[in-house]
Design a protein around this ligand. Structure first.
Ligand SMILES: Nc1ncnc2c1ncn2[C@@H]1O[C@H](COP(=O)(O)OP(=O)(O)OP(=O)(O)O)[C@@H](O)[C@H]1O
Length: 553
């Protein structure tokens, strides 16, 4: 019998094949040397059996198929158990990044209109205090319950024990989860994942990266850990705050990698920088994947030097709405560095099969039907669109955002599909590789044409005394003035700033597009997103730059 369209369907099979294989290992208690003992583990047999019990227990406590359940639980056995129990039950987990702005968080939680709320005591307490998701009828505490009602997850599990295997007969189109974006360009949006999206994503990741059951993964970015059980991998949950990757202790990461023979690592560019700067070899790793934002070229070069020669370092391109879109391996990425530093954009590689990636003319308006989109050829910069099995088709309760990001397309055989607009700009080169040029909302519209952040900033970022730069537009409509905000290297004395700015001005003369920048402003420290510490808050910077320019005039 073919497996159901549900990523939890792999669990009973894997539990039968390799019952004692570790599905997840967590830091647990700490030894005198400050290192985690990793004494908390969950096997595949345990994950399958206990998630069955929790699924059955949740049904007894009034959580049914199709109902939304907010999950605010840290990476732990409970998180895996709960998520797979919800998938088995056909209930719909809602995940919001706990690191986001508190007001945005409340808005997301209210907007999701959940039927149930499952959280660690801190989340339950915050819910009471801040009135999150007031309408939720069921509240389950993961850990010790205090003054709020409802059962604990342990009670739910006990109440469902003995009920036998659980697996809802979910249809491919049924909603599987709602995952909120990190909101770097506004309030986060809830992306509706259907079961077929997850199933396709697993297949695409397995094929793109050659993942084999039995591998040992160190997923430093929590939602991605969830793919591991569906792929038959063992997850080692690192001893770090997943919302602060730049603050991770490299000694602890190395300890976990060496102890468990980790062969695969997943992390944000901020975490890669931590390992790259620590500079110790990583001999067991065979595959490193870094996603979410561009990985700086110096980090790629340093990481490659620390990995065994046969290891691969992948940087996938994608978004919460559609992942993976394209991938590139570090060797090829390094060969494109020069072009990037001359203003070509960042190469993000070739589309992952079976994605169909097409570039369309830039517009901020909705496009209802593909026949209204203007398809562009190689080398032309436009908005990146994706049609494929992991491209999601709507945002939860946000018809306007959905209209701006989705296009209906009728294929020659009469079938219809939804094309996702990435909100990113890019182009294809003659070899069929995709180049990322920046976000659509961050383009600077000048009377002489557009300027694109990823074609401008890498040119100036090569200056050794510059930490990073951000291009923003000041002014309205198509009459914006481009301004380059500059964050100087941390220890550069202030009296050197004018000299560096003069050098940047001279550098700008080197290329036609950068020569159009007249304003260069020093900024103390850019606002960045909390998840990756990498995405620059250009909206905020633009407002700051406008004020600075007014003041100077
Ligand atoms: N390899 C990559 N290189 C460059 N940029 C990338 C890469 N991978 C992802 N990105 C950027 O990250 C974006 C996706 O991020 P994510 O889905 O976390 O939401 P967000 O964009 O931060 O939030 P929101 O959509 O709410 O503003 C992509 O659209 C792209 O701009």
């Amino acid at each position: 019998m073919s497996e159901r369209c549900n990523i939890a369907a792999a669990l009973p099979r894997l539990a039968a094949e390799a019952p004692d294989r570790v599905a997840m290992r967590c830091p647990g208690t700490h030894g005198a040397n400050g290192l985690a003992r990793y004494d908390v583990a969950l096997t595949y047999a345990g994950l399958d059996r206990r998630s069955d019990a929790i699924a059955a227990g949740l049904a007894k406590h009034g959580v049914a198929r199709g109902q939304r359940v907010v999950v605010m639980v840290r990476p732990s056995p409970e998180f895996f158990l709960l998520m797979f129990a919800l998938f088995k039950a056909g209930a719909v987990p809602v995940l919001v990044d706990p690191g986001i702005d508190k007001r945005a968080l409340k808005q997301c939680l209210d907007e999701a209109q959940p039927h149930a709320f499952v959280g660690i005591p801190l989340a339950m307490f915050a819910r009471k205090l801040l009135g999150w998701a007031r309408g939720a009828k069921v509240a389950v505490t993961v850990g010790r319950r205090w003054a709020w009602g409802g059962p604990t997850l342990a009670q739910v599990e006990r109440d469902g024990t003995g009920a036998g295997p659980q697996l809802a007969d979910t249809a491919p189109d049924e909603v599987a989860a709602i995952l909120f974006t990190s909101g770097s360009t506004g309030v986060p949006k809830g992306v509706v994942y259907r079961h077929r999206h997850f199933v396709a994503q697993i297949d695409m990741l397995r094929d793109a990266f050659g993942l084999q059951p039995g591998g040992v993964d160190l997923p430093t970015f929590p939602p991605f850990a969830l793919f591991d059980p569906a792929l038959g991998l063992s997850s080692i949950i690192p001893d770090m705050d997943p919302t602060r990757p730049a603050k991770a202790d490299p000694r602890k990461l190395h300890d976990a990698i060496a102890r468990f023979g980790v062969d695969q690592l997943f992390g944000s560019p901020a975490l890669m920088r931590v390992l790259a700067e620590y500079g110790q070899p990583l001999p067991t790793l065979r595959r490193v994947t870094s996603a979410g934002a561009p990985v700086p070229a110096d980090v790629v070069a340093k990481m490659r030097g620390l990995l065994p020669p046969e290891a691969q370092f992948w940087t996938p391109y994608g978004a919460t709405e559609c992942l993976p879109v394209a991938v590139i391996e570090a060797r090829e990425l390094q060969s494109t560095r020069e072009a990037t530093e001359q203003g070509a954009g960042t190469c993000v590689g070739r589309p992952v099969p079976p994605n169909e990636v097409r570039i369309i003319a830039i517009t901020d308006a909705p496009i209802a039907d593909w026949s209204q989109a203007q398809l562009l050829g190689a080398e032309a910069i436009g908005e990146i669109t994706v049609a494929g099995p992991s491209a999601t088709d709507e945002y939860f309760a946000r018809p306007q955002a959905t209209a701006l990001a989705k296009i209906r397309e009728t294929l020659p055989d009469g079938r219809q599909r939804i094309v996702h607009r990435m909100g990113d700009l890019g182009r294809f080169d003659a070899q069929g590789r995709l180049w990322f040029c920046g976000r659509k909302s961050h383009r600077v519209r000048t009377p002489l044409g557009n300027l694109y952040t990823e074609q401008v900033e890498p040119v100036f970022n090569t200056h050794p005394e510059v930490a990073r730069t951000a291009l923003v537009g000041v002014g309205e409509g198509a009459a914006q003035e481009p301004v380059l905000c500059v964050e100087m290297a941390p220890h550069l004395p202030q009296y050197e700033h004018e000299r560096v700015l003069a050098e940047l001005r001279r550098m700008s003369e080197g290329f036609v597009h950068t020569a159009r920048i007249r304003h260069f402003l020093v900024h103390d420290g850019f606002p960045v997103d909390i998840r990756h510490n990498a995405k620059i808050g250009r909206e905020q910077l633009a407002a700051w730059a406008a004020k600075e320019l007014r003041w100077r005039r």
